[in-house]
Design a protein around this ligand. Sequence first.
Ligand SMILES: C[S@@+](CC[C@H](N)C(=O)[O-])C[C@H]1O[C@@H](n2cnc3c(N)ncnc32)[C@H](O)[C@@H]1O
Length: 236
Amino acid sequence: MHPTPPPGGKVDSVVRILTGRFALLAAVLRLYGGSPIAERAHVLIRWLLCPMTKLLARLPAEGRLLEIGCGHGLFSNLASVSRPRLRVLGIDPAQGKIGFARQSIQGRSEVEFRCVRVEDLPDEDFDAVAILDVLYLIPKDEWRPLLARSLAKLRPGGKLVLKENSLHPAWKFHIARFQEVLAVRVLKITEGSSRFAFADEVEMVGILKEAGAREVIVTKIDRGHWYPHTLYGAFR
Ligand SMILES: C[S@@+](CC[C@H](N)C(=O)[O-])C[C@H]1O[C@@H](n2cnc3c(N)ncnc32)[C@H](O)[C@@H]1O
């Protein structure tokens, strides 16, 4: 006997997914309604360039999330809006970005943003730690201690969600590097070392294991994107 198919076909489920994503984006963009148009455009472009919903799917439904290098707070806000029982702390050393992130809180008590460098992580434990496109701005010899500190912040069963651009495929890597040269060296939108550091999946898994990860799950999430997005789910 065949199981009864769910109501509606493939088209219906694609429409449902797209409608859900659009509603989430609209809800989060509304939080930046008081920010200058340039900042709102920055947040929207970031959403378009990074497959954030694929990262959101890896977060727990409740507990406490730390986002390191949260920038304007887009991912923290997406996490908080899509998971109302999650309490979110976003940290970033860039005062200006944290200012816009704080403006987006709009009275919600389950989200907080602090202007903190990764070297001074808060003295608290978390159910998940997220780091999205931050490592490439930090010299590679500092990655292992940073990741070790991040993993040490996890409660038992907690997860590190790390997203970086990898070196493959090469054409996507060259596009990503060109865009970062523009953002960091020319437009100076992003704070960090202007000598970028990238790694392929094998090297990154090795560094995560040296940092104390017991298990690392690697997922390419670059389909339909022109950057070589790679997601690492790491467990202590
Ligand atoms: C490309 S942005 C990504 C922002 C955000 N994670 C996102 O995905 O939209 C990189 C962020 O890393 C931050 N950053 C640079 N150096 C850092 C450090 N040492 N510790 C923590 N964050 C840092 C920058 O200020 C910037 O906001």
